[in-house]
Ligand binder design. Structure first.
Ligand code: C5P
Length: 231
């Protein structure tokens, strides 16, 4: 019988704390980590670099081709501030993909069905022994519907905008809290209402609302859930 490779799916909107939770779990269990948002950000970036218009009725075929032939690499670093070195066509791009503009572009391309199809197999290929923690919007619903544990993290848009603001400020990426709040709301709306793979918890997901919790409390709850499921 083929070896069972466990998957922990961590989904939720931007700023819900899922990135921290996912990397914590990956370290804790020694599992691989899929940051699927980075893949959508990279498709957006590759499209911008190729001069492709993303706002109005973007070209499905061209974007699907970009997603399907994405030349990227993710290499862990020893730097906790910048845990993954990311390359696109051999060029280091982690600073560029982490900007708020890249997040907005990611949500534009994420609404295009050919992009979601184009990234499907690439995302599935991250499932390797001893296990995978997959971070995104549709990990538990579409990409890994058989995941062993599904966590859906959420928090109010205000709390998420403030967290994101502090993160970006810490990285010296300048942006106003008001602009960030508006951009998070617009992105949430697009992610929740799109026709393909909308952002929603899987029926069998554990939903954690972290609005009034600090990250230690969230990690504590998540750890309890995963321990019960995986041992
Ligand atoms: O998680 P992150 O903020 O990097 O995601 C950026 C955007 O990429 C999201 O707002 C969403 O539109 C899109 N995305 C997606 N499906 C995923 C991961 C991200 O549509 N699995």
């Amino acid at each position: 019988m083929p070896e069972h490779i466990p998957v922990i799916a961590v989904d939720g909107p931007s700023g819900s704390g899922k990135g921290v939770v996912a990397s914590y779990l990956a370290t804790q269990y020694g599992y691989h980590l899929l940051d699927s948002g980075a893949l959508y950000r990279l498709v957006g970036l590759a499209a911008r670099k190729a001069g492709i218009e993303l706002e109005n009725n973007p070209d499905q075929v061209v974007l699907g081709d970009i997603a399907q032939s994405l030349d990227v690499s993710f290499t862990p670093t020893n730097d906790p501030e910048n845990p993954l070195a990311i390359t696109l066509n051999g060029e280091r791009v982690e600073a560029e993909v982490r900007t708020d503009e890249a997040g907005v572009d990611a949500s534009l391309v994420g609404a295009v069905p050919s992009v979601r199809d184009g990234l499907f197999e690439l995302q599935r290929s991250f499932r390797e022994a001893p296990g995978l923690v997959a971070d995104g919007r549709d990990m538990g619903t579409v990409v890994f519907p058989q995941a062993d544990v599904k966590i859906f993290l959420t928090a109010s848009a205000e709390a998420r905008a403030e967290r994101r603001y502090n993160q970006l400020k810490h990285k010296d990426i300048g942006v106003s809290l008001h602009d960030l709040f508006q951009s998070i709301q617009a992105r949430d709306e697009r992610d929740r209402t799109r026709e393909v793979s909308p952002l929603r918890p899987a029926d069998d997901a554990f939903v954690i609302d972290s609005t009034d919790m600090d990250i230690e409390e969230v990690l504590h709850q998540v750890q309890a859930i995963v321990t019960e499921k995986l041992g």
